[in-house]
Design a protein around this ligand. Structure first.
Ligand SMILES: Cc1ncc(COP(=O)(O)O)c(C=O)c1O
Length: 475
């Protein structure tokens, strides 16, 4: 398990922390995990900082749920006001859910005509997308990437290879290599479709996180998913874009990760940052693919899309637009990417840097063998946590530093992160005394997918999708 407290340092922890961990274990049982060798406890948060019970500030360069900033006053007010006024469900007429759906649909213009449906979690959104795809296509097969994560339900755990060998994949599931350097991804998907067919399984959907977060954060080159969408549709399957990680402006140049690739999906699933911490998630699906399902299957989700969660979600869109947070993600993300690229040029352990907006992945490699090193990545993650900067690690070996802060993360915050990262790299000490075994030429290209030069339209972004490219896949 990547970045997990394993209990080996329990004896070194302050008594109050030890006590809370023991009570937590007793109450919550063995399935829960904590981050970091020394787990962090927080009492409050604001903007891009979390504060421990003693009031010490930690820079948050990890959390994408409080995407517009922890405890943002506009979201807090909207939620409090709505909670004090009315909180029911989607079986009564209320204006909020309809207005929000209209706003959300307008951000996916190339999917029009389309419908929005609301759930409480990203897992539920993917689960619903899967039911719709299987209904529409009559197929059952699903293609995912080799270390994908798509959720916690029984149906999604079967589609989430990153849960490890103790959680088996479904028999209708094909896992293709992640789109890393050297992988012909469209060919891998075409092969998987043929292999499923050979086993008598008709394709229902290709399901992918538009940033391939758990596969190691693989955003480049923008556009590489276009031929995949074409292949999937030609085989009769649907393209489901899991935007739980990439959505709501994180990539900077676009509101949705799929838009970087110049495609439009059949179904988009969303979650995490949607309500800045309130449990709201959902899907947008092209009308054609949802029509028959909707007529034949009643859908009611008790809490999904309730007025309080909708108020939070609407407030998130307000803040994204008013504070130009996608533009900030592009600017700060580009700045961080360039700075870490420079750090990596002088570091024997940072073997590659990539990112889109405020979602960056940094490959950590053993300086002697050049092999990806989850151990060194964990040392960096824990070293930064000791210096009160929160990041994590991802990828199949846990060897990719995962930097994914709330979107108001500014240059001053980036500088704080960079100072601490440089200190931690310096402090890796003895491990680095051996010969440098990672040749510069072997490093992955430090190209940015962030086009910070491009002008950004802060007023219009909620209505503008990707421009329809000439080679657009057929609807
Ligand atoms: C890409 C992706 N899809 C789906 C999910 C599931 O979302 P939730 O935890 O809200 O059920 C996650 C959660 O980490 C995710 O990263």
């Amino acid at each position: 398990m990547v970045n997990a407290f394993d209990g080996s340092r329990t004896a070194d922890l302050p008594p109050a922390t030890r006590d809370l961990i023991a009570r937590r274990d007793a109450a919550l049982g063995p399935a829960y995990r904590l981050f970091y060798e020394e787990p962090a406890e927080f009492a409050r948060a604001s903007g891009v900082y979390l504060y421990d019970p003693a009031g010490a500030a930690y820079l948050d360069a990890y959390n994408n749920v409080p995407s517009v900033g922890h405890s943002h006053p506009h979201v807090t007010e909207a939620v409090a006001r709505q909670l004090a006024t009315l909180n029911t469900h989607t079986r009564y007429l209320t204006d909020g859910v309809v207005s929000y759906a209209e706003r959300l649909l307008a951000t996916h213009p190339l999917m029009a005509p389309a419908h929005a449906m609301f759930t409480c979690t990203g897992s539920e959104a993917n689960d619903l997308a899967l039911r719709i795809a299987r209904h529409y296509t009559g197929g059952t097969g699903v293609i995912v990437t080799a270390n994908a994560y798509h959720g916690v339900t029984a149906a999604l755990a079967e589609l989430s290879p990153s849960l490890g060998p103790n959680v088996p994949l479904g028999l209708q599931v094909a896992a293709v290599p992640a789109p890393a350097a050297g992988v012909n991804f469209p060919a891998a998907v075409a092969w998987a479709i043929a292999d499923l067919e050979r086993h008598g399984v008709r394709l229902a959907a290709f399901l992918a996180d538009s940033l391939f977060s758990s596969d190691g954060i693989l955003p480049d080159p923008a556009g590489f998913l276009a031929p995949v969408a074409e292949t999937v549709r030609a085989a009769g399957g649907l393209y489901i874009a899991d935007e739980v990680q990439a959505g709501f402006g994180r990539t900077g140049t676009h509101l949705w990760g799929y838009q970087r690739h110049g495609i439009w999906p059949d179904i988009v699933t969303m979650g995490k940052p949607m309500g800045n911490g309130l449990p709201i998630a959902g899907i947008v699906a092209r009308r054609e693919v949802i029509e028959d399902f909707g007529r034949k299957s009643r859908y009611f989700n008790t809490f999904g899309g309730n007025p309080v969660c909708i108020a939070a979600a609407a407030a998130v869109l307000d803040v994204l637009q008013a504070e130009r947070l996608p533009a900030n993600a592009a600017a700060t993300g580009g700045y961080l990417l360039d700075a870490i690229t420079r750090l990596a040029a002088d570091s024997p352990v940072l073997a590659g840097v990539r990112g889109a907006g405020l979602y960056l992945g940094v490959d950590v490699a053993d300086p002697v063998t050049g092999a990806p090193s989850g151990e060194l990545a964990a040392a960096i993650v824990n070293g930064m946590r000791e210096r009160r900067v929160l990041i994590s690690a991802t990828g199949p070996r846990g060897s990719v530093l995962k930097i994914r802060p709330p979107l108001p993360f500014g240059r001053e915050h980036a500088d704080q992160l960079l100072t601490v990262l440089a200190e931690v790299l310096d402090g890796l000490g003895a491990v680095l005394d051996g010969p440098r075994a990672v040749p510069q030429a072997g490093k992955s290209s430090h190209t940015s997918s962030v086009d910070t030069e491009r002008s950004f339209d802060p007023e219009g972004f909620l209505n503008s999708g990707a421009a329809r490219p000439n080679d657009q896949t057929a609807q």
